[in-house]
Design a protein around this ligand. Structure first.
Ligand SMILES: Nc1nc2c(ncn2[C@@H]2O[C@H](COP(=O)(O)OP(=O)(O)OP(=O)(O)O)[C@@H](O)[C@H]2O)c(=O)[nH]1
Ligand SMILES: [Mg+2]
Length: 477
C-alpha cells in the first residue's frame, strides 16, 4: 500500500534529514522532490501543487527549535500537511437519533460495494456491538442478490432480499421497515453499480434516498482507479449528498493517488479503507495515522490497537513489571514471542513500527526464525530458562544439539537476550527508551529510519509488552 509513494517521499525527506540548518534553498530541493513523488503517485496536479505550497509555508514559517533537527522539523510539517490533505480528523459514521442507523452504499460497478456492505456489517457487530441487517437492492446484475445472501450466511448477518421483479426503492423501504420490526439497529442498503454515472440509475438512487432517508450515503471508490475514482466521486457528490467515502482495494494500490486527492477534490472524508478481499479486511481510516504510514513512520496506533486485541493484558503487565526489575527470563521471553506471533504475520506487524521497514532487509525475522528461537528456548531446562546466566559453553552445546541448531544460533540468541536485559534495566531505572521505541511512542514525529535504527532487534520482543497500556518506562500517548 502506497509503496512507491512512501519510497519516493522517503528519498525526498532524506535529502533534508541531516542538514544542519534549513534554508530556503534546501527546503526547495526537498519540496521539489516531494512534488515529483506526488505526481508519480498519480496525485491530482492541482492537489499536488497546493500541497507542496502548504508544506513549504509551514516549513519556512516555523520557528527554528534548536533541540530538533531540521530534517525532523521538515518531516513534522510534512506529516501535518499530509494529515490535513487526508481529511485532518478521523470522521465516524453518522449517528441515528431514533430508529436504526440507515446507511446507503453507492458506487461504480465492481468498486466493492457488496463486499464492503458485508465488511461494514461485520465491523459494526464486532466493534460497536450492533445488530445489522443488509438489504439486497441491486436487482440489476444477475446473482447480485445471491452474492449478498451468501456473504450474510457466511458471517451470520441477516439479509433482506426480494424477487428480482421488485423495484429497488420499494425493496429498500420494506427492508428498513422489516429491520425496525425485528430490532435491528443498523440497516445497510447495497445498491446496484453503474459503469459510469447514468441518468436512469442515478434517479433510482435518488428515489431510494427519498424513500429511506438514510443517515448517511457512503460512496465506495476503487483506489486502483486512481484519478478516475476521484472524478466519479466528484460527480456522485454533485447528485447525492455524500456523508463520506470508503476507499477499497487500497491493498492493491501502490501509488496512492486516489487516496491523496479524493478528500480535497470532493470535500468529503474517507471513513474506511478496504485492504483485502476477506470480510475483516476493513480498517477505520485515520488521516494522521495514514500520513504516518505513508511517510514510513510506522502505524503506531494501529500496532497498539492490534496488540490490545490479542495481548493478554495481565500477562503483559506482569512481564513489564519483571522487566523493570531486571528479572525477565527466557520463560517470559517465550511468552512474549508467542504473543507477538499472535499479532499475525510478523513482517506485517513489524512494518507498522517506525523505522523498522528499512531494517527488515538485514534482519531475518520471519516466522521460521521465530520458530527456531522457540525451539532453542524449549531445549533449555527450566533452571536455564529462569536463570539464563548459568548457561555456559557445555550447556550451550547441549541446547544447540537438542534443538537441532548450530551453536552460533544459540550464542546469538543469548547475546541478544542479554542486550535486551541490559536495556530493560536501563529503562526500569528511568533511563529512557532505546531509540527505536522512543519513536514508537510518537516522540516528536521524527522517528525516521535514522533514529529508529538502534531499537531492534534487542528492543522489540521485550520492549513491546505492557502493550495495552503504554510501554514500560515510557511516556504514554
Ligand atoms: N483486494 C481487494 N479486493 C476487493 C476489496 N473490496 C472488494 N474487492 C473485490 O472486488 C470485487 C468486486 O467487489 P463487489 O463487492 O462485488 O463490488 P460491487 O461494487 O458490489 O460490484 P457490482 O455489484 O457489480 O457493482 C470482488 O472480487 C471483491 O472481492 C478490497 O478492499 N481489496
Ligand atoms: Mg454489488
Amino acid at each position: 500500500m502506497f509503496d512507491s509513494l512512501a519510497n519516493a517521499l522517503g528519498k525526498a525527506y532524506h535529502a533534508i534529514v541531516g542538514q544542519k540548518v534549513l534554508t530556503e534553498a534546501n527546503v526547495d530541493d526537498g519540496i521539489r522532490a516531494v512534488r515529483q513523488a506526488l505526481l508519480e503517485a498519480d496525485v491530482n496536479f492541482q492537489v499536488a501543487k497546493e500541497f507542496v505550497a502548504d508544506v513549504r509555508q509551514r516549513v519556512l514559517g516555523q520557528k527554528v527549535i534548536s533541540s530538533v533537527e531540521p530534517g525532523q522539523q521538515f518531516v513534522k510539517c510534512f506529516h501535518d500537511s499530509l494529515t490535513d490533505l487526508l481529511g485532518g480528523q478521523a470522521t465516524g459514521l453518522p449517528i441515528a437519533s431514533n430508529g436504526p442507523l440507515i446507511l446507503m452504499m453507492c458506487g461504480l460497478q465492481g468498486s466493492g460495494k457488496t463486499t464492503t456492505c458485508a465488511k461494514l456489517a461485520l465491523w459494526l457487530r464486532k466493534n460497536k456491538k450492533k445488530n445489522p441487517r443488509l438489504v439486497a437492492a441491486d436487482l440489476q446484475r444477475p446473482a447480485a442478490v445471491e452474492q449478498l445472501q451468501s456473504l450474510g450466511k457466511q458471517l451470520g448477518i441477516a439479509v433482506h432480499a426480494e424477487p428480482t421483479t421488485a423495484r429497488p426503492p420499494e425493496v429498500c423501504r420494506r427492508g428498513v421497515e422489516f429491520a425496525k420490526a425485528h430490532g435491528h439497529d443498523v440497516v445497510i442498503l447495497d445498491t446496484a453499480g453503474r459503469l459510469h454515472i447514468d441518468e436512469l440509475l442515478m434517479r433510482e438512487l435518488q428515489e431510494v434516498h427519498d424513500k429511506c432517508k438514510p443517515h448517511g450515503v457512503l460512496l465506495v471508490c476503487d483506489a486502483m482507479l486512481g484519478q478516475d475514482a476521484v472524478n466519479s466521486a466528484k460527480e456522485f457528490h454533485a447528485r447525492l449528498p455524500l456523508h463520506g467515502l470508503i476507499l477499497t482495494k487500497v491493498d492493491g494500490d501502490s501509488r496512492g493517488g486516489a487516496a491523496l486527492s479524493i478528500v480535497k477534490v470532493t470535500g468529503r472524508p474517507i471513513l474506511f479503507a478496504g485492504v483485502g478481499e476477506k470480510p475483516d479486511d476493513l480498517e477505520e481510516f485515520d488521516p494522521s495515522r495514514m500520513a504516518g504510514r505513508i511517510l514510513g513512520m510506522g502505524d503506531v496506533i494501529g500496532l497498539v490497537e492490534k496488540a490490545q486485541s490479542v495481548i493478554d493484558e495481565k500477562e503483559a503487565e506482569q512481564a513489564a513489571r519483571k522487566m523493570q526489575k531486571g528479572q525477565f527470563n527466557f520463560e517470559d521471553f517465550l511468552g512474549q514471542l508467542n504473543m507477538i506471533r499472535k499479532l499475525g504475520p510478523l513482517k506485517k506487524v513489524l512494518g507498522m513500527l517506525p523505522g523498522v521497514g528499512s531494517m527488515l532487509k538485514d534482519v531475518d525475522l520471519d516466522d521460521k526464525h521465530f520458530k527456531r528461537l522457540e525451539a532453542i528456548i524449549q531445549s533449555m531446562t527450566v533452571r536455564e530458562r529462569q536463570r539464563p546466566e548459568v548457561i555456559d559453553l557445555p550447556r550451550r552445546r547441549r541446547i544447540a544439539q537438542g534443538s537441532g541448531n548450530p551453536l552460533d544460533a544459540v550464542n546469538g540468541l543469548i547475546k541478544q537476550f542479554k542486550t535486551m536485559q541490559d536495556m530493560m534495566k536501563r529503562m526500569g531505572k528511568g533511563g529512557g527508551l532505546p531509540p527505536g521505541l522512543d519513536g514508537l511512542l510518537g516522540g516528536g514525529g521524527g522517528a525516521g529510519p535514522k533514529r529508529g535504527g538502534g531499537g531492534f532487534p534487542g528492543g522489540f520482543p521485550g520492549g513491546f509488552p505492557g502493550g495495552g497500556r503504554g510501554f514500560p518506562g515510557g511516556r504514554r500517548r
